[in-house]
Design a protein around this ligand. Structure first.
Ligand SMILES: Cc1cc2nc3c(=O)[nH]c(=O)nc-3n(C[C@H](O)[C@H](O)[C@H](O)COP(=O)(O)OP(=O)(O)OC[C@H]3O[C@@H](n4cnc5c(N)ncnc54)[C@H](O)[C@@H]3O)c2cc1C
Ligand code: FES
Length: 274
């Protein structure tokens, strides 16, 4: 993955467009030319609510082209509801770009992207990066119901091969998305973003078949910028993403704690020790 965290800053953006792509799912286009220059696949933003009284909201950067970036989010609670109420022309401050994103280099030509729920918002940029260098991209996309599947056709239009699963069988495979992945020929590389049980299943699949997998973790964030250590996950100390502080345990364990918001959110599956 891209290991040099980008220089992030507070970016004042103007809302260019707002679309409710499904019930309680909002796509906000924001004017942010300087962010388009800096953002890499898998980076995220902390969106700062007007008034500054609530913690920022971690959101993947969905699109980045020309002068416009976009944020695609599901209304989950109070802060996402308030973000969803913003109107075209209003200002939105974000801290971005943040984190270490996906490594979209290498020689792999057959890529599987596995997305669950809101994870879809973090995988368009990597899909576009792989497609631009001529790779085949298979998107395995799972959601609770057909109503919660958003933007699937957008990925197909970009050139991804689509496989869909819903928990209730209302569209595509009736079951979890990793069952679909296991049915198909193994890819050369996997990228995944979604809920932890899905990521664990992807990790097990990747290790069984010896396929390199990068997982973007959905930890709940406090500060989102490295200050509170509220988002740590155990990884092997020899990982290039292992933080230099705190040091490894004195008991000789090779496991250290990495902050998902700074050292991640993307980690190699084989380096995580959850
Ligand atoms: C790196 C990162 C990128 C993200 N990108 C996106 C994105 O692009 N689009 C999007 O819709 N959401 C994304 N999320 C999740 C988003 O940050 C949360 O939905 C949001 O913070 C909820 O805030 P709230 O105040 O509206 O709801 P809250 O009241 O804080 O939470 C409402 C419900 O959502 C659950 N929840 C909160 N945060 C998370 C989380 N991180 N993962 C799973 N469940 C959570 C809570 O447990 C609670 O049940 C991302 C999270 C992370 C860490
Ligand atoms: S959320 Fe505070 S350090 Fe990661």
């Amino acid at each position: 993955m891209t290991l040099a965290s980008p220089p992030s800053s507070v970016v004042s953006t103007r809302i260019l467009d707002r679309t409710e792509v499904a019930r309680d799912v909002i796509l906000l286009g924001i004017e942010a030319p300087e962010l388009v220059e800096k953002v890499r696949p898998g980076h995220f933003a902390m969106a700062l609510l007007p008034g500054g009284q609530a913690a920022g909201v971690a959101l993947g950067i969905y699109e980045a082209r020309g002068e416009r970036c976009s944020l695609l989010f599901f209304i989950a609670g109070d802060r996402t509801r308030r973000l969803g109420a913003l109107r075209v022309g209003e200002m939105l401050d974000i801290v971005a770009p943040l984190g270490n994103g996906f490594d979209c280099g290498g020689k792999a030509r057959d890529i599987a992207i596995v997305a669950g729920g809101v994870g879809i918002a973090s995988v368009l940029l990597p899909a576009q990066a792989f497609l631009a260098r001529g790779a085949r991209v298979r998107l395995f996309y799972g959601a609770r119901t057909a109503e919660r599947l958003v933007e699937a056709e957008r990925f197909a239009t970009e050139g991804c091969d689509l496989s869909i699963a819903t928990d209730d069988g209302s569209r595509g495979h009736h079951g979890v998305v990793t069952e679909l992945l296991a049915r198909e020929p193994a890819p050369e590389a996997i990228l995944a973003c979604g809920p932890t049980p899905m990521l664990r299943a992807v990790s097990a699949y990747a290790q069984e078949r010896n396929v390199p997998a990068q997982l973007s973790l959905e930890e709940a964030f406090g500060c989102g910028v490295g200050g509170c250590w509220g988002c740590v996950v155990p990884i092997i100390g020899s990982s290039a993403q292992a933080p230099s502080f705190p040091p490894s345990d004195a008991d000789g364990s090779d496991v250290v704690h990495a902050r998902v918001c700074v050292e991640g959110p993307v980690f190699w599956a084989h380096e995580l020790r959850w």
